[in-house]
Design a protein around this ligand. Structure first.
Ligand code: ZN
Length: 203
């Protein structure tokens, strides 16, 4: 399986990193080796001094598709979850400066937390999903899918022009504002509406 990540999909996060608003979705991949095993901690890697959390809604693909029309995109997923796209911001800034690919900052081992999933039928409106991240019991990020620059159906259609989507593939749909550095012993807890989707310790 593969993990397809969308960058710069919330304008408040684009502003906090002083990035420019893209004319098309920013897309990058993480390998399956980036996923944190169930019930494991997040371990800060030795190569970075600035690991940021990015909480994101995650779409799980349940049907093979290519060149998917936006109108039919909802037939390609049945579950929405919550995860963290861990980012070595110091490494990423360095790579951006050199105009190099981002993988070392985004796709490293344990850079991807995948929490629980909820059947999409449980949501009244997929374009109004509230989600949030607490760090040490304090709210640090909160978002709503209504603020996505590209909605879930548009993202599925867009990325499937480039990558065949396969069963089990995950799409990380971008992070809202509030990203910050994690420190050893931090506790990260993610919520969709009021349901807890994950709890993760930083080591
Ligand atoms: Zn992200």
């Amino acid at each position: 399986m593969k993990i397809i990540c969308i960058g710069r999909n919330y304008s408040d996060h684009i502003n906090e990193l002083s990035n420019t608003r893209p004319s098309n979705p920013v897309v990058f991949l993480k390998p399956d080796s980036s996923i944190i095993a169930k019930n494991q901690n997040f371990i800060i890697p030795a190569f970075s001094n600035e690991i940021h959390h990015e909480v994101e809604l995650v779409v799980k693909i349940n049907k093979v598709g290519k060149h998917i029309d936006q109108t039919f995109a909802n037939k390609y997923f049945s579950e929405i979850g919550l995860g963290i796209d861990f980012t070595a911001r110091d490494i990423q800034n360095n790579l951006k400066e050199k105009r190099h690919p981002w993988e070392k900052s985004k796709a490293f081992d344990n850079s991807c937390l995948v929490g629980d999933f909820i059947n999409k039928d449980k949501f009244e409106d997929l374009s109004k999903i509230d989600f949030s991240l607490k760090k040490n019991n304090q709210l640090v990020q909160s978002g709503n899918s209504s603020n996505m620059l590209w909605k879930i159906d548009e993202l599925i259609s867009y990325v499937s022009q480039y990558f065949t989507l396969k069963i089990g593939d995950l799409i990380f749909t971008g992070t809202p504002a509030g990203v910050s550095k994690v420190e050893s012993e931090d506790l990260l807890e993610g919520y969709i509406n009021s349901s807890k989707m994950f709890s993760l310790k930083v080591k």
